[in-house]
Structures are given as structure tokens and as C-alpha cells.
Design a protein. Structure first.
Length: 118
């Protein structure tokens, strides 16, 4: 599993700058301190092209189902940095609730796009 997390992190580093990612990760080291709006702004994802958003979405969508579920969300930060923490249930649920417009319990690409540009 660690090997796959490292390869996903490398793919994200191809899209976003390491310095921006490190800044974003350092802002949410404390438990329950994750703010997705601030994170997307700091890491630069909110300024990226539709193509780059699709690439990041595909990385986060571990099982290739076309959507990101709560389990995948909990590992969210680790895809940006291998030494980042796992999101708490509260943080993952908050992000899911903010994005899940159709109420299916998952985040599709359009919902992800709206979340990033919240």
C-alpha cells in the first residue's frame, strides 16, 4: 500500500509544486484542523486546469469507480504527501457533505470540481 501512496504522491507532484503542497499540509497537521477551501487554495489546485483537476480526481478515486467515497477521502492528505496524516471521520464527513450535491454519499467529478472552486 505504501508503494501505491508514493506513486500517487509523485503523480500529484507532477501537477502541483512541492513547496505549495508542503505549505498546505503544514496548515492542517493538527487533528480536525483540515479546511478544504484553504487547502485547495494553498496547494494551488483551485487555479489548475480542468485536465489537471481530472488527473487529481483520478488519483484520489483509488478504486476507479468514478467517484470518491469517505474511505478514499480519509486518505486524501496522504496522496499529497506521504508523511501527512489521515483525515478524521469528522473532517472527511465535512468535506463529503460540502461536495455531495446529489446525496449518494460519494463525490463525482463535477462535485469535486465545484468543491475545489468553492
Amino acid at each position: 500500500e505504501l508503494k501505491s501512496v508514493i506513486s500517487f504522491t509523485m503523480k500529484i507532484l507532477d501537477i502541483l509544486g512541492a513547496g505549495d503542497i508542503n505549505s498546505a499540509i503544514s496548515e492542517c497537521k493538527a487533528l480536525d484542523s483540515f479546511d478544504f477551501k484553504k487547502f485547495f487554495g494553498t496547494c494551488g489546485l483551485s487555479k489548475k486546469s480542468m485536465e489537471d483537476l481530472r488527473k487529481v480526481f483520478a488519483i484520489l478515486d483509488q478504486d476507479g469507480s468514478g467517484s470518491i467515497d469517505k474511505t478514499e477521502l480519509k486518505l486524501f492528505l496522504q496522496y499529497f504527501s506521504t508523511d501527512a496524516r489521515v483525515l478524521s471521520d469528522k473532517e472527511a464527513q465535512s468535506m463529503l457533505s460540502a461536495a455531495d450535491n446529489d446525496g449518494d454519499g460519494k463525490i463525482g467529478f463535477e462535485e469535486f470540481q465545484r468543491l475545489v472552486h468553492f
